[in-house]
Design a protein around this ligand. Structure first.
Ligand SMILES: Nc1nc2c(ncn2[C@@H]2O[C@H](COP(=O)(O)OP(=O)(O)OP(=O)(O)O)[C@@H](O)[C@H]2O)c(=O)[nH]1
Ligand SMILES: [Zn+2]
Length: 305
């Protein structure tokens, strides 16, 4: 008898071990999956072709074509964050203070992957730090990235009411530095998240590392076309994989000026009559953004793979 084949959605990844959900004979099953050989190119959110090897185990035969792929990378290799997401939420807070470098890198990664971005400012109840946080977020709001103000702790219902309509119909990923309140937000949106995480952790045998893996949740009441992906907190967001051409296009604020430089292959670093540098000088492009662009250009030239 030939083994049963099915299509699943990857909901968690830990090393070469994956967990997928699949509907078999009308019932939702959770399957422990491995790849063939040493492949680790599967991402949370991927749709995969599976061959069942037992009632709750399967082998991943193939990855279906992806709508989007979000990843980060260092000098040596790239690391897949999530597949098929349509929306990225960057969670920041009034305190502790957030990193503009990380926010901007996440924005660039999302632009390069064709993913919409929204910023969430959490902990608006910390009033002393609110004006400064709002002021800092103006840079991003001016670029057209929506900023949504919430307080997971002191105004939970209002927070859910703000976020639910934004999530509906999307596959969203939440990222944020440690301490911004990302877990608090996930727990509001997915009330069973802690239980689900524990179950996933056991199934993947991750030991105590319950927060070091990326996982996908469905959201109660929002149907199958809606999902939310929680990724572990990060301190670094390398973008070594982006080419020069991708980089200049991923900076939204550069777009009006591209093509206006004297040299067609201008890198916008120190060339004469560069429209981008002129815009930085006149304030049309924030200096911070151009500095990051320079840094990312440097990183992309350091790639060893
Ligand atoms: N004042 C205030 N504190 C909050 C709010 N939301 C979360 N916190 C607190 O901020 C701290 C960090 O919250 P978490 O939800 O654990 O943050 P996280 O971003 O998931 O952090 P990691 O688990 O380290 O990745 C906790 O002590 C929360 O109670 C808020 O809206 N207002
Ligand atoms: Zn230029």
């Amino acid at each position: 008898m030939s083994k049963q084949q099915t299509i699943g959605t990857v909901i968690a990844a830990h090393g070469r071990h994956y967990l997928a959900t699949a509907t078999i004979h009308g019932e939702l099953h959770r399957l422990q999956c491995v790849t063939r050989g040493k492949k680790t190119n599967v991402a949370v959110g991927d749709l995969v072709k599976l061959t069942m090897t037992s009632a709750d185990q399967a082998v991943i035969d193939a990855i279906e074509e992806r709508k989007t792929l979000l990843y980060r990378s260092d000098q040596y290799k790239s690391k897949l964050l999530a597949a098929n997401v349509t929306q990225l939420f960057i969670v920041v807070a009034t305190e502790p203070s957030f990193s503009d470098d990380l926010v901007s890198r996440a924005l660039v990664a999302a632009e390069a992957a064709g993913i919409e971005v929204r910023l969430i400012l959490n902990k608006t109840d910390v009033e002393g730090a609110l004006p400064r946080a709002r002021e800092r977020l103006q840079v991003y709001a001016k670029l057209g990235y929506p900023v949504h103000e919430v307080s997971a702790k002191t105004r939970p219902e209002e927070t859910v009411a703000i976020l639910q309509p934004l999530l509906a119909g999307h596959h969203s990923i939440l990222i944020g530095q440690s301490g911004m309140g990302k877990s608090s937000l996930i727990n509001l949106i997915v009330p069973d998240a802690d239980i689900a995480t524990r179950e996933i952790s056991e199934a993947l045998d991750t030991g105590k590392h319950t927060t070091t893996f990326t996982r996908l949740y469905t959201i109660p009441g929002l149907g199958d076309d809606t999902a939310i992906i929680d990724s572990p907190g990060f301190q670094e967001f390398g973008l070594y994989h982006l080419t020069e051409g991708m980089l200049e296009r991923a900076f939204r604020d550069f777009q009006p000026y591209l093509g206006g430089c004297k040299f067609y292959n201008c890198r916008h670093l120190s060339e004469p009559q560069c429209a981008v540098l002129d815009a930085v000088a006149s304030g049309g492009i924030a200096k911070m953004r151009h500095e990051l662009y320079g840094q990312l250009l440097h990183e992309s030239s350091q790639t060893l793979y």
